[in-house]
Design a protein around this ligand. Structure first.
Ligand code: RM4
Ligand code: MN
Ligand code: MN
Length: 427
């Protein structure tokens, strides 16, 4: 299924008078503050967020999975789904593949298909946290950290294969997330496991094309519950530093223990030029994989405040980070969830762009905690939704993506085309 831009326009037109009124009001407010709405709109349009190929189906928990129907049955259909999202919000212009869940068979055809939807291929993701049927050695006791060199070699080879696919598709980065760890005290030698992981990563790093980056993701627990080899940003940063200039830390919002100051992690990594990428989601307790912004929108804003400050700092040596949603939805329609996610990310980004940075710096320098809070919260509490909607409108997308998605009965149509019992590969 493809959405015809005329269908979007017709629905947009109905909401246009209302939108014009609220956008004009906001526009005036922003201009009074010395901000240029058109400049902000351009920035929002340039900010593209990759959709992971595994988030288009209904995810499950270890207790069950309740698919909603019409799930994509192939990589082509996953690309179609991201194409639908991008047509609606003009902000999801890339797809991130997880291998072997999504092995591109006919590379030329897959590339052409993505291009027909105006989609690029973002970082590719390897998977050494599950055993595949044809696989010789098991990852039950780890992959890149395994005690047996044959298992490590198999995991290294898998990553090199993922790079090969990504290279053919035009990806420029490999994201490595390892489940490796242990569940019982004493089970694993911490130092040896980390050393072996570093050595294995070195081999993968050496196998990357010269213009590629490696993103090393961290996570404090799960699937193992006592220790994780790459448990936190410090460990990831240590590995990235030893690997080389093209290795970076990747921050996944769900991969922190409760109350961790994630915005500070962002600032520290950017100061070191080592923040490579971002996985957006939200959480209450752990790696809940909920819709970003659903739980802690203020935290998301504070994170973006650091990101914007880092990106706008001309002296910063941090390259532009890669943005991706990494969520798994077991209740909502995944497509609606992704539309909400992109909107929440754009909103937090736009809010951060409107922070009066000079005033904030002055307040900080004079230790005025009250004023600093006022400045941040003024930006956070200004309703910028009409600005995001205008950015979409100007890009020929939907004023209100979820509404259009529902009005066009996209899910019903997908169920009709694909069936009610299809299961997408993924979690
Ligand atoms: C992990 C981690 C990775 C993702 C897998 C599916 O928890 O977030 O980024 O690839 O889940
Ligand atoms: Mn992740
Ligand atoms: Mn995760």
């Amino acid at each position: 299924m493809r959405i015809d831009k005329n269908q979007i326009n017709t629905i947009n037109n109905r909401a246009l008078p209302d939108h014009r009124e609220s956008f004009e009001y906001l526009s005036n407010k922003l201009t009074t503050k010395g901000l240029e709405p058109e400049h902000l709109i351009q920035k929002i349009q340039d900010f593209q967020i990759a959709i992971p190929s595994w988030a288009l189906g209904t995810g499950g928990t270890r207790f069950g999975r309740f698919p909603g129907g019409g799930e994509p049955r192939s990589l082509e259909e996953k690309i179609d789904d991201v194409g639908l999202l991008h047509a609606l919000n003009a902000g999801s212009g890339a797809i991130s593949l997880h291998i072997p869940w999504d092995i591109p068979e006919d590379i030329g055809a897959v590339k052409a298909h993505a291009a027909s939807h105006n989609l690029l291929f973002d970082a590719v993701n390897s998977n050494t946290f599950q055993d595949q049927e044809e696989q010789e050695h098991s990852y039950k006791f780890g992959s890149l950290c395994h005690t047996d060199s044959k298992v490590r070699q198999q995991a290294i080879d898998h990553n090199l294969e993922v790079i090969k696919y990504g290279d053919q598709l035009g990806s420029k980065a490999l994201t490595v997330w390892l489940a490796d760890g242990s569940s019982f005290p004493g089970q694993m030698n911490f130092r040896k496991a980390l050393q072996r992981t570093l050595d294995s990563l070195k081999e993968i790093y050496q196998g990357m094309p010269a213009d590629w980056k490696m993103f090393v993701e961290y996570k404090p627990y799960e699937p193992y519950f006592y220790h994780t080899v790459i448990q936190d940003w410090g460990t990831s940063h240590l590995l990235a530093s030893q690997l080389g200039d093209r290795a970076f830390t990747l921050v996944d919002l769900g991969h922190h223990l409760p109350n961790t100051n994630i915005e500070q992690i962002v600032a520290t990594l950017m100061m070191q030029g080592k923040l490579g990428g971002f996985h957006f989601n939200d959480s209450k307790f752990g790696d809940d994989d909920l819709t970003v912004g659903a739980m802690k929108p203020y935290q998301l804003f504070l994170i973006f405040n650091e990101l914007v400050e880092g990106m706008e700092d001309n002296a910063s040596k941090n390259p532009a980070p890669a943005w991706m949603i990494d969520a798994s939805h077991n209740l909502k329609d995944p497509m609606e969830d992704l539309l909400q996610s992109v909107e929440a990310i754009q909103l937090a980004y736009a809010q951060a762009l409107t922070v009066d940075r000079n005033a904030l710096e002055n307040a900080r320098e004079s230790n005025d905690a009250v004023l600093a809070q006022e400045i941040l919260q003024n930006a956070f509490r200004t309703d910028l939704r009409p600005l995001i909607a205008e950015a979409r409108l100007q890009a020929n997308a939907a004023l209100s993506p979820v509404e259009v998605y529902r009005e066009l009965s996209v899910r019903k149509q997908l169920v009709k085309e694909r069936g009610a019992k299809t299961l997408a590969t993924g979690l």
